[in-house]
Design a protein around this ligand. Structure first.
Ligand SMILES: NC(=O)C1=CN([C@@H]2O[C@H](COP(=O)(O)OP(=O)(O)OC[C@H]3O[C@@H](n4cnc5c(N)ncnc54)[C@H](O)[C@@H]3O)[C@@H](O)[C@H]2O)C=CC1
Ligand SMILES: O=C(O)C(=O)CO
Length: 318
């Protein structure tokens, strides 16, 4: 059985694939593989491990109908045409759960970094701007005891809510497609309407998937309904906020700050105005990027690939 890997996965995953007698070919270049190159690479393969944002759309799936399984190196599957894959009987697997804590940590880190303008002040030191010990004009705001609003209280949202409730006694409110009884019981999270979420959150953190419903959900009109000292955090997908509107909202002080692990497009251009704003922190999509989490993701990917190649139901099927 032959599998193509369109990027890097943890070495433990490569070893486990070899132990299962799976022959692997891997994309080793620094640049992202193109759509044409991906089709070409998959021509004589039985499975694909899809790393990064390659579009697994109808065109790709129809050009590679022979694939038995596609294992995503992500929990998100917005890059995949699931309906078409189902029609063509190609199993799609993802990596739920094992990355929830690491991704919630990234949201937590962004929340603190924004609240104290940490990335901006770090750059200021590099640029020789730390002159003496004076109360800095760039004051932060505190998180302790404030209200955290979660948009999309699934696995990652719940991890963040637990961390913020425990570390900072934050009040947790959330808006979701359905009620999350576990969160309501465990941390006293309160379900609110989307409008209430906007009106009450001191920190609003996005954790839904990117779908037709959530695409461009955060526009200027929406930011306008938030508190002027609110912090907006997005570690889900860049397409969920409208970047032009976010820039305008920050420039006009409609909201206080923003922390992003995801942007649209990715990579973000280094001239992007968000990168020079005081109360903004941007990371290059590192939500799940820890050694422990990437090892755990690789193990799930191997389980999905092995099952899919045997024609069995995937343990983590989308
Ligand atoms: N920055 C990064 O590296 C990472 C980003 N992610 C992103 O985080 C997303 C969430 O991951 P999980 O928490 O594991 O997924 P999940 O499926 O456990 O949680 C998503 C939650 O959003 C809710 N939801 C979906 N559409 C909604 C809508 N229109 N309105 C209100 N609620 C809605 C769902 O009901 C669910 O509770 C992924 O889809 C992925 O895009 C995930 C891992 C790492
Ligand atoms: O899992 C995901 O969806 C990511 O974005 C990367 O881990």
């Amino acid at each position: 059985m032959k599998v193509f890997i369109s990027g890097n996965i943890a070495p433990i995953g490569l070893k486990q694939l070899e132990d299962n007698n799976i022959s692997i070919t891997q994309w080793k270049e620094e640049r992202q593989i193109t759509a044409e190159e991906l089709v070409q690479a998959c021509k004589d393969k039985d499975g694909l491990i899809s790393v990064g944002p390659n579009r697994i759309d109808a065109a790709f799936l129809n050009a590679c109908k022979h694939l038995k399984v596609i294992a995503l190196h992500s929990v998100g599957f917005d890059q995949v045409d699931i309906t078409e894959a189902k029609k063509l009987n190609i199993a799609i697997g993802n990596t739920p759960g094992v990355l929830s804590s690491a991704t919630a940590d990234t949201a937590f880190l962004l929340m603190l970094a924004v609240s104290r303008k940490a990335f901006y002040l770090h750059k200021k030191i590099i640029n020789g701007g730390w002159k003496n010990y004076e109360p800095t004009p760039e004051l932060g705001i505190e998180i302790n005891g404030k209200t955290l609003g979660i948009f999309g209280l699934g696995k990652i949202g719940l991890e963040l809510a637990k961390k913020c409730a425990a570390a900072y006694q934050m009040k947790i409110i959330y808006h979701n497609r359905s009620r999350n009884q576990e969160a309501e019981k465990e941390i006293g999270a309160e379900y609110v309407s989307f409008e209430e979420l906007l009106a009450q959150s001191d920190v609003l953190s996005v954790h839904t998937a990117l779908t037709a419903e959530t695409k461009d959900k955060f526009t200027l009109e929406v930011f306008d309904k938030m508190k002027p000292n609110a912090i907006f955090i997005n570690t889900a997908r860049g397409g969920i906020h409208n970047e032009k509107d976010l820039i305008k909202a920050l420039e006009d002080k409609v909201i206080w700050g923003a922390g992003l692990d995801v942007t649209n497009p990715e990579p973000m251009d280094k001239s992007n105005p968000l990168l020079s704003m005081e109360s903004v922190a941007v990371l290059p999509h590192i939500g799940s990027a820890t050694e422990e989490t990437r090892d755990a993701m690789a193990k799930l990917i191997v389980e999905n690939i092995v099952a899919g190649l045997k024609g069995e139901k995937l343990p983590y099927q989308v």
